[in-house]
Design a protein around this ligand. Structure first.
Ligand SMILES: NC(=O)c1ccc[n+]([C@@H]2O[C@H](COP(=O)([O-])OP(=O)(O)OC[C@H]3O[C@@H](n4cnc5c(N)ncnc54)[C@H](O)[C@@H]3O)[C@@H](O)[C@H]2O)c1
Length: 224
């Protein structure tokens, strides 16, 4: 938003926080429009629809942040086939759909709206668990490894289009996804040990979470 985003389309399949998120963004950034959509980030029709909506309303799509994710934290023998596939569907399929449909929309030029050349930026949230063992359950780690691979594969397949695809690999961050870890440590009096294996010796916090009313995790895309 600081870089001039004009219109954010924010998707979450849990609609609970969306109204507050919209008003919070628009209050903090009066020049930014926020449209909220309650939808599944792994639903192809929803992703096609939101890309189309951005093109229709703003004439261009510049950024897609595929951030939706779930974690089971289940030990190996408790990961069922259904649970494995569900994690892969939400964490990996959602990124595939973002790459496929957002890259197509981003390549559309629209000089009238200031877009003389196609291009854009697709950002996928993977995890350190997608690179190293010991940072997540087997289904979660496999799904995030897939996300990292898709970033590399898509970058190559989208060469010469000016559509960039990057994945980010955070370590432990205090969010809704990891609340259990922090509550468990607090109950045991071991909060100070959280994140001690990181080179920084600590976990991360979601910057801006307080000003955005603590909504760190959302799948979103924006038009500039
Ligand atoms: N918190 C961490 O330590 C950590 C570390 C590395 C990576 N990540 C990744 O960061 C991303 C954000 O996670 P978070 O920590 O903010 O978790 P979070 O649980 O706080 O937020 C995740 C959000 O995604 C939404 N969501 C889940 N499934 C969805 C779906 N199918 N369609 C639409 N929305 C869906 C949830 O409703 C929630 O708002 C995830 O991809 C997660 O795997 C988190």
């Amino acid at each position: 938003m600081k870089l001039g985003a004009k219109h954010l389309y924010l998707i979450d399949y849990d609609g609970t926080n969306l109204p507050d998120l919209k008003s919070c963004i628009e209050m903090k950034y009066p020049d930014v429009k926020a449209t909220t959509i309650q939808a599944d980030a792994a639903d192809e029709a929803a992703i096609v629809g939101v890309c189309r909506q951005a093109l229709q309303e703003e004439g261009r799509l510049d950024v897609f942040f595929a951030n939706a994710g779930v974690a089971t934290a289940a030990p190996l023998q408790e990961v069922t086939t259904d649970a494995f596939m569900n994690t892969m569907r939400i964490n990996a399929l959602s990124c595939f759909l973002a790459i496929k449909h957002a890259s197509e929309a981003m390549q559309q030029q629209n000089p009238v709206r200031g877009k003389d050349h196609g291009g854009g930026s697709i950002i996928l949230t993977a995890s350190i668990a997608g690179i190293r063992s010991g940072a997540g359950s087997i289904d979660y780690s496999a799904s995030k490894a897939a996300v990292n691979n898709m970033a590399q594969t898509a970058t190559y397949q989208l060469r010469n289009t000016d559509v960039r695809v990057n994945s980010i690999c955070p370590g432990l961050i205090e969010t809704g996804m990891t609340a259990f870890t922090f509550e468990y440590a607090a109950a045991r009096g071991t909060s100070s040990k959280i994140g001690q294996l990181n080179p920084l010796g600590r976990h991360a916090v979601a910057e801006g979470a307080q000003t955005l009313n603590e909504f760190p995790g959302l799948s979103s895309l924006g038009s500039q």
